[in-house]
Design a protein around this ligand. Structure first.
Ligand code: UDX
Length: 439
């Protein structure tokens, strides 16, 4: 099949490369010329393990092309995948769909034959219908169709998630569209991947309902962890015990400093709007959002309390800045709340992240706090002469932290492990004050 992918961000690039790997001819289009140049030069504009290999393999095979010209790309295309950004509008808190609609209009203006336009970006329920309306209004003579094909890619394992998904969700309005989508996924379908065909609104909602459910599990695990601390229970075992019940499962139950990233915060917020618009406001997801916001603030308080009730004038090593490991993404990262709170309380931060330093500097640098925020080039540099070390992200490097060696670097042996990565008994036996979550 010939597929055009619009948007070479996270979702677009992974989808384009993986569809090419499944044997399709894919052209990825982006308006940002520098991104296309990077890709054409063999670079990858995002950090995603394994993606470079897939891109390289398929470029070599001639199945994956990059261009800034949508018009050229659309020649003979059977399907167009929309993977443009849907940022949250700051005023309304709703997904801003201007890029989705602009791309749709541009597609309609530049096609010679009907195409199926597939929404892969996370879009509010009802967007598919609006995309269809734009296509029909702009080119009434071409009977274009739309499909909704939500993505469930986790950063850091997006290629694997794409190639071996638990399920593929396809919202389609006609047999023709279904056939096109079946062709697109024929390799996976042949390998036995479950596919669920629905109408478009249903597919759109599955994405939000799934992500909000996962966010809810995490927020609940975080609350259970707090209760554990109050009653002297061990959250690791509580979660293990709960997870042994097949109805509950143990995935997305790891307590931590609060969820972040490009999806959960945005999708939970969007679902509250979708629910309110539908006349059925969601009490549960609103509570999840509030609990998660509060969680991040409470984690700053936890650090302060571990430091004896005050961090004034103290140097604190913050290990891990990205919202999770194996990504350089800083969006809604707990570090964006915890670090400013600690600085407000008088701390000086020595921050280090194995991959996210560049992104972190963009997000965290701010003239008001720069004097109190030092970016370090290694874990050891961050630890040096610090009065406490705080683990915020579950990078392998921190899991393997040499507690013996760290003793020689730290001024005070205070270790706050907000991901429960380390062996607490070992830390205590080495003389550390070790504070973790729910234990
Ligand atoms: C998520 C969804 O998983 C994916 O299906 C979707 O389409 C995009 O959003 P992603 O944001 O990449 O993926 O990260 P994910 O691994 O799901 O983690 C999200 C956040 O939850 C992170 O901040 C992570 O640290 C946190 N988390 C996750 C926990 O705190 N505990 C867990 O048990 C799992």
């Amino acid at each position: 099949m010939k597929l055009v992918v619009i948007g070479t961000g996270y979702v677009g690039l992974v989808s384009g490369a993986c569809f090419a790997d499944m044997g399709h001819n894919v052209v990825c289009v982006d308006k940002v010329a520098s991104k296309i140049k990077t890709l054409e030069d063999g670079g990858i504009p995002i950090y995603e393990p394994g993606l470079d290999e897939v891109v390289l393999r398929n470029r070599k095979a001639g199945r994956l092309l990059f261009t800034t010209s949508l018009k050229d790309a659309l020649k003979d295309a059977q399907a167009v995948l929309l993977a443009v950004g849907t940022p949250t509008d700051e005023l309304s808190g709703r997904a801003d769909l201007k890029y989705v609609f602009a791309a749709t209009k541009e597609v309609a203006e530049n096609i010679e034959k009907p195409v199926v336009v597939i929404t892969k970006s996370t879009v509010p329920v009802g967007t598919g219908a609006k995309v269809l309306e734009i296509l029909h209004k702009t080119r009434p003579e071409l009977l274009c169709e739309v499909a909704s094909n939500p993505e469930f890619l986790r950063e850091g394992s997006a290629v694997q998630d794409f190639m071996k998904p638990d399920r593929v969700i396809i919202g389609a309005q006609s047999e023709h569209t279904k056939n096109i989508m079946q062709m697109l996924y024929s390799k996976m379908i042949g390998e036995g991947t479950p596919v669920l065909f629905t109408n478009i609104a249903t597919a759109e909602l599955i994405k939000y309902a799934s992500n909000a459910f996962l966010a809810m599990k995490i927020a609940y695990a975080n609350e259970v962890a707090d209760i554990c601390e109050g009653v002297g229970a061990d959250v690791d075992l509580v979660i293990k015990g709960m997870g042994m019940d097949g109805r509950i499962g143990n995935k997305y139950m790891q307590p931590g400093p609060g969820y972040g990233g490009s999806c959960f915060p945005k999708d939970t917020m969007a679902l509250t709007h979708i629910a309110t618009d539908a006349g059925h406001p969601t009490k549960i997801i609103e509570a999840v959002i509030n609990a998660n916001d509060l969680r991040k603030e409470n984690m700053a308080k936890k650090v302060i309390s571990a430091c004896g009730g005050s961090v004034k004038g103290k140097e604190i090593a913050v290990l891990g800045l990205t919202f999770k490991a194996n990504t350089d993404d800083m969006r809604y990262s707990p570090s964006l709340v915890i670090i400013p709170e600690l600085i407000k309380a008088g701390a000086k931060i020595r921050a280090f992240d194995p991959v996210g330093m560049e992104e972190a500097k963009k997000e965290l640098c701010n003239s008001e706090r720069d004097d109190n925020l030092q970016f370090c080039s290694s874990t050891n540099e961050a630890l040096k002469n610090s009065d406490a070390a705080v683990i915020l992200t579950e990078w392998q490097e921190f899991k393997e932290l040499d507690l013996m060696a760290a003793k020689k670097l730290l001024r005070e042996l205070v270790l706050v492990d907000l991901r429960n990565l380390l062996d607490g008994n070992k830390a205590v036996s080495l003389g550390y004050k070790y504070v973790s979550i729910g234990r």
